[in-house]
Design a protein around this ligand. Structure first.
Ligand SMILES: Nc1ncnc2c1ncn2[C@@H]1O[C@H](COP(=O)(O)OP(=O)(O)OP(=O)(O)O)[C@@H](O)[C@H]1O
Ligand SMILES: [Mg+2]
Length: 376
C-alpha cells in the first residue's frame, strides 16, 4: 500500500496480506487515479508501484475499456460487480483475457477495489466455443444421433438375442457382451436426447424452494439415500422466472453429482439458499444484470479432480467409468437460459456448486398474471 500509511501493527499486517495476495489487485480513486497496487499487480502490469500510483487507469487501459467502465459503474452504484472474459489491454503488453471483480471501498465508494483473475493462455484460445455453444451443438447433434443410431442399435441387440438361442454357453458370453454394450450406448443416447428434446421452456414465476424440496425429496428416496442432508433456506427468497421442471433437472443433476461424490458413510450434502443483493454480472446482452438469488449445493466428497476442474461444464467431460459427462453441461445450458450463472469451487474433501439466478421483476409478475387471465 502507499508508503504514507502510519506503520501501526494492523497496517503492517494489512500491507503483508495485500502484497501476498496471489491475484493482482488495485484500488482506484473515483477520478480513475490508481491509489494502491499490490505485488501481484506490479508483475501483472509490468510496472512498479511508484510508476503506477497516481496514473489514470482509464488512460492506460483505454477509456473505452470494460475495466474503466466497470470501475465507473461500481463507484456510481456502490455495489460489487463481476465481469467475465474481459479482454484487458495495457501499454507494452499483449491483450490478455481476465475475469474482473470490483467492489466499492468506503461508505461513499471513495475508491474501488479491482481484482484481476487472469485466465491461462490456452484457455483463452479455446474459449471461442463457450460452454453454452457447446451445449447447443450437442442439442443439434442429438436429434440426428437419436434417429441414426438408436434404430440400428435395437437391431443389433435383437440380432444378438436371436443368435444367443442357437449358441453354446461359451459363445453366449459374447452375445451377452453385445447386448450389455448396446444397452450402455442406448442409455447414453437417452441422456444426449434430453438436450434435443428440451424446448425453450416455460416463462413463469418459480419458487426455488418448491423446486429444491421436490429435488431433495427425490434424492433422499433414491440415489442420495446414504447421505445426511442439511437444508438451510432463506424463507424470504422471491421467485425467479423460468421453467420449474428444467430447474428441477438442474437441482437433481447437482444433487446426483454430490451424492456420487460423498462417501458411503458420513456423506453430507448441504443445500443453502440466500438473497445476495449487489451481485451483478454482465449479461449476454451487454447490460449488467442483478443475480441476487443464490443456491449453494455442497458436499464432503473427494472434490473435483484437478485435471478436469476447468472443464466440468463442457459436454462429455467425466471422471466416472459409467458417466456420460452431460449432467453439468445440461445444468449450464438451463442456467444460462434462465439468465443465471453457475460456478464451482472445489478442493480435496469438499465441492461447492454455486448457482445465481435473477429475481422475477414486478413487470414479469404482472405480465404473467395478465397472460393467465387472458388464458382463463
Ligand atoms: N460434487 C462433485 N464432486 C466431485 N466431482 C464432481 C462433482 N460434480 C461434478 N464432478 C466432476 O465433474 C464431472 C462431470 O460431471 P457431470 O455431471 O457433467 O457428468 P457425470 O456425473 O460424470 O456423468 P452424468 O452426469 O452424465 O451421469 C464428474 O465426472 C466429476 O468428475
Ligand atoms: Mg453427473
Amino acid at each position: 500500500m502507499s508508503a504514507t500509511m502510519t506503520p501501526t501493527a494492523a497496517s503492517r499486517d494489512f500491507a503483508l496480506i495485500w502484497n501476498s495476495l496471489p491475484s493482482p489487485a488495485l484500488s482506484v480513486a473515483r477520478n480513475g487515479a490508481i491509489a494502491a497496487v499490490n505485488g501481484a499487480a506490479e508483475s501483472f502490469l509490468g510496472a512498479s508501484e511508484r510508476q503506477l500510483l497516481g496514473q489514470s487507469l482509464p488512460a492506460l487501459a483505454g477509456a473505452a475499456s470494460r475495466v474503466a467502465a466497470l470501475v465507473e459503474q461500481v463507484a456510481k452504484n456502490h455495489v460489487s460487480m463481476a465481469e467475465y472474459d474481459v479482454e484487458f489491454t495495457w501499454p507494452d503488453a499483449p491483450p490478455r483475457l481476465v475475469d474482473l471483480h470490483a467492489a466499492p471501498l468506503g461508505e461513499e465508494a471513495e475508491a474501488v477495489l479491482l481484482i484481476f483473475h487472469p485466465r491461462a493462455i490456452a484457455e483463452s484460445m479455446d474459449r471461442s466455443l463457450t460452454h453454452r455453444d457447446a451445449a447447443r451443438s450437442v442439442a443439434g447433434m442429438a436429434a440426428m444421433l437419436a434417429h441414426e443410431v438408436k434404430n440400428p442399435l435395437a437391431g443389433i441387440s435383437g440380432a444378438a438375442q436371436l443368435l444367443a438361442m442357437s449358441l453354446g454357453a461359451e459363445e453366449r458370453e459374447l452375445t451377452d457382451l453385445i447386448r450389455e454394450e448396446t444397452e450402455r450406448v442406448g442409455k447414453l443416447l437417452e441422456r444426449v436426447e434430453q438436450f434435443g428434446a428440451m424446448g425453450p421452456g416455460r416463462h413463469e414465476p418459480v419458487n426455488i424452494h418448491d423446486v429444491l424440496d421436490r429435488a431433495c425429496r427425490a434424492a433422499k428416496a433414491g440415489f442420495a439415500a446414504h447421505a445426511r442432508f442439511i437444508e438451510e433456506y432463506d424463507p424470504s427468497l422471491p421467485p425467479t422466472m423460468g421453467d420449474a421442471d428444467q430447474l428441477m433437472q438442474v437441482m437433481q443433476n447437482l444433487l446426483k453429482n454430490a451424492a456420487e461424490a460423498t462417501p458411503k458413510v458420513g456423506g453430507l450434502i448441504t443445500v443453502r439458499t440466500s438473497y445476495r443483493a449487489g451481485m451483478k454480472v454482465r449479461g449476454p446482452t451487454g447490460g449488467y444484470e442483478s443475480l441476487p438469488l443464490q443456491v449453494v449445493i455442497a458436499d464432503n466428497g473427494a472434490g473435483v479432480p484437478e485435471e478436469i476442474r476447468r472443464h466440468i461444464f463442457e459436454p462429455f467431460v467425466t471422471s466416472k467409468s459409467t458417466g456420460s459427462g452431460l449432467g453439468l453441461a445440461l445444468v449450464s445450458k438451463i442456467v444460462a437460459d434462465h439468465g443465471g450463472v453457475i460456478s464451482c469451487e472445489s478442493e480435496p474433501g469438499w465441492t461447492r456448486m454455486r448457482l445465481r439466478l435473477p429475481v422475477a421483476t414486478a413487470r414479469d409478475l404482472e405480465a404473467h398474471s395478465n397472460s393467465e387471465e387472458s388464458a382463463a
